[in-house]
Design a protein around this ligand. Sequence first.
Ligand SMILES: [Zn+2]
Length: 447
Amino acid sequence: VTARRFRAALTWIDGRFQPDREIVVDAEGRIVRIDAADGHRDGGAADDAASSAPGEVCIELPNRAILPGFVSAHSHAFQRGLRGFGERFPRGVGSFWSWREAMYGLVERLTPEEFERLCARNFAELLRTGVTTVGEFHYLHHVDAEVLDFGLDYRVLAAARDAGIRIALLVTFYKTGGIGQPLAGGQRRFATPDVSAFLKHVERLAGKLDAATQSIGIAAHSVRAVPAHDLKTLHAAARANGWPIHMHLEEQPREIEDCIAAYGVRPIEWVMRQVDVGPEFTAIHATYTPAEWLKRWTGAGGFVCLCPLTEANLGDGLADVAALNAAPGKVCVGTDSNARLDFVEELRWLEYGGRLKSGLRGLCADSEGQVASRLIDFGTANGAAALNLGAGVLESGRPADFFTIDLRHPAVQLAPHEMLAESLLFGAGAETIREVFVGGNPARVPA
Ligand SMILES: [Zn+2]
């Protein structure tokens, strides 16, 4: 592959759509620079870069707007297999915990082949909705729980490679089936009984990645699954290796009650007492975390990842969006159970959930009152930062990960260009998305 230049009607740069830009991408799939389409380098001296160099391919995208690829910072791809299931309630209302039983049922019966197929299918659907990077919080490790083979870790990487999505594989530590309790049933396929053996496995896996599109990090599943001394060891390893570390935190009231009963403090406080939280650490959900603790967490540099569609589907609730918006660089978004995949809809429901809870509008507004551009930041640059990746921004030196909106699609066709972001975020979704590129290469997206 040679260098390519992508020329669209509009390109999302510096928080707005700008007309007549060209994204120049090198053979390695990195953005070299962004030119003005009239042939002059944007903001720099015109030189040999002004027109197409020999061997450079120009990709014309008329009637298209380019956006940086979305980053789903939190996903469990195999849970795609539960879609549509667990949505009947013959015994009366359900909860997160009854859903979890259905999920464990899936875990017990999945074969390695089915697991890989589900993951590949899910990654392809993510690409279709504009998600070019996935943070895969991967805890279903073993084909055979008796021998702890970690066979499914290789399967999830193969599925990502097959689909063509960029992946940060967050290899997940899962030791106990509840605070101080042994693993039971389906949980045994998650087992990582020994933290040093687990870290050796992570290092081995890190040596087998496709360097162009795959990276590694770790996760501590939750307060339920990870004892204090192991959390300390995991965090130290993350710091030493430059790995991101993610953890489910305060998703459910019962989790908080159990933690207070066992340790005397709520989960987020417990974590902050064990380790020195910084930008390497992402709390997933923080649904029941008080504003004061969100401020301490983000103030220390930690990220918070919300997954509004899954949180709605599971009946979890929604975090204090207004409090989080006070730390706008620290909020990212994930698709979690992947029950419904439309990343624009996912972002929209961050704001809408806040509106339903508060009776107010514009909870995710920036200092200029703009919500759409801030939601896009949550869904792109912030997610990439939480995975310690450079994606999510269209500028030189970054991976050429982006997708296009069809400006002739009825859902956005009447929008003036200065209102396109709002029209997309509040009035449209994945149906407007056409081409998707990862590292400058077109992704094969399902029709
Ligand atoms: Zn999750």
